[in-house]
Design a protein around this ligand. Structure first.
Ligand code: 4AD
Ligand code: MG
Length: 441
């Protein structure tokens, strides 16, 4: 007898096959048991009939509890009413691993309870859909850059210095020295793009974020492309094309599941088409001022803005509500951005950077821009940011030996998954979330 998976079952109509998985639900009557079976590739109903399998096996089926591990043998029949299109008429059944008092029932549980049982919660249909969307996004991100001639160059995770400001650094003892968990692989991609022209890294990054918001994790995944001989405009073109490509692919593969399992309206995602509005920070501040003046009293305080301030989530949310697709806000004040940003030659108070803000209040999903390629200006910026000069010596070499204009960006995977899946909080977008108050399971 062939052992197969639910996803492959259509090939075996009329044959008897073996499936290996778990029971997620069951309905029963005196003579029939309807086993709701899952094996990670899909779900199917296995019908166990007393007349077919005899009393002994029927009793095994009758005693099965939620999440018991089972092997089921049966004949595959077409069933247009079932979501998989097939049903299994059981001929055999084996209990592989019992499951007593499975803690997650079909009743509603609180978020904290479910996160505490994340190792089991992963088995639910909802988590399945979310993590499959994540899988597809990861694959399409890699495909996009691989097909565009980028070389994957992994950045280290243990680093000697900060990339994105010293306030969110996780420190660790390193054989008697101080080391940090990487906040971003960018600085190493700057070296890589001078070697390969176009490079990217894609891996976990760490931020000791003291903010308990729905958008912040302490460990999250970021993809970071970097390109030599690219300016801010080219960087925006790349980010826009990239985002359109990965969202279209996620919809191609998962539109139905996202709509049915996650009940997410897809209109906003279908609108992710070029061109994205390109709005200067100056102009964005003016727009927010108008929104501030018109806002309800409770929102008004949060929308207060002056040129020079960084945007907070309320600013971003209200601004993006004015548009039907992601927007690109560029040329922020240098003072609110990282040390490596290229200062505008005519207006050094602004940086040649861009943030891409997703619609529907999902906030910043991409941050990037052109890098400072002038040795003296960069050295001054390192000093002005109080960064340890010794640790950046190698980085300055990139400006000493054949420095060229270059640019790149970082896309946060979890915020992107949250947006695509329409999730309020990023905690469900990563298999095992790490936040300020969560280090387990
Ligand atoms: O804007 P950020 O800080 O940019 C960088 O780290 C650059 N070095 C990237 C580059 O140019 N190569 O972070 C980039 C993105 C954000 O837009 C957001 O999507 C995500 O990373 N991000 C977070 N996601 C979850 N939790 C956090 N604490 C995050 N911080 C940033
Ligand atoms: Mg940012």
């Amino acid at each position: 007898m062939i052992t197969t998976r639910v996803s492959e079952i259509g090939q075996y109509v009329g044959e008897v096959v073996r499936l290996q998985g778990w029971l997620f639900n069951k309905r029963s009557s005196k003579k029939l048991q309807f086993l709701q079976f899952r094996d990670g590739s899909g779900t199917i109903q296995a019908v166990v009939s007393k007349a077919d399998v005899g009393n002994e096996l029927f009793a095994v089926a009758d005693a099965l509890t939620q999440e018991s591990a089972i092997r089921v043998d049966g004949k595959v029949v077409e069933d247009p009413r079932s979501p998989s299109g097939y049903e299994l008429q059981a001929t055999g059944l084996e209990l592989v691993g019992p499951s007593v008092d499975y803690p997650i029932s079909n009743k509603a549980h609180g978020d904290a309870f479910l996160m505490d049982h994340r190792h089991l919660w992963l088995r639910s249909r909802r988590q399945h859909t979310i993590l499959r969307v994540r899988h597809t996004l990861i694959k399409s991100i890699r495909d996009y850059f691989d097909n565009a001639g980028f070389v994957l160059v992994d950045s280290p995770l243990l680093t000697p210095a900060a990339c994105e400001g010293t306030t969110t650094l996780f420190g660790t003892e390193y054989f008697g020295r101080q080391a940090f968990l990487s906040q971003s692989g960018q600085l190493y991609q700057e070296a890589a793009c001078m070697a390969f022209g176009k490079s990217y890294c894609f891996g976990p990054t760490f931020r000791a974020e003291k903010s308990k918001t729905r958008r912040h994790l302490t460990e999250f995944w970021m993809v970071e492309p970097e390109v030599a001989y690219l300016d801010l405009e080219g960087d925006m073109d790349l980010a826009e094309d990239f985002l359109c490509s990965i969202i279209a692919r996620a919809l191609d593969v998962h539109a139905k599941e996202i709509e049915t399992v996650l009940e997410r309206d897809l209109t906003a995602l279908e609108n992710v088409r070029k061109p994205f509005p390109r709005i200067s920070y100056d102009n964005a501040v003016e727009q927010v001022k108008v929104l501030h003046a018109k806002a309800e009293p409770e929102l008004q305080e949060q929308l207060a803005i002056e040129w020079g301030m960084d945007f907070g989530s309320p600013h971003e949310t209200e601004l993006t509500k004015q548009y039907d697709r992601p927007i690109m806000v560029y040329n922020y004040p240098s003072a609110v951005k990282a040390f490596y940003m290229k200062k505008d030659v005519l207006r050094p108070e602004v940086a040649r950077c861009v943030d891409i803000l997703a619609p529907e209040g999902y906030g910043e999903i991409i941050g990037g821009g052109q890098r400072e390629d002038d040795l003296d200006t960069l050295e001054a910026a390192i000093r002005a940011h109080d960064l340890p000069e010794e640790a950046f010596k190698w980085f300055l070499d990139l400006r000493r030996y054949g420095s060229v204009p270059h640019a790149g960006f970082g896309l946060g995977l979890e915020r992107t998954v949250a947006w695509v899946c329409g999730l309020h909080h990023v905690r469900e977008t990563i298999p095992f979330a790490r936040t300020m108050d969560r280090l387990g399971p």
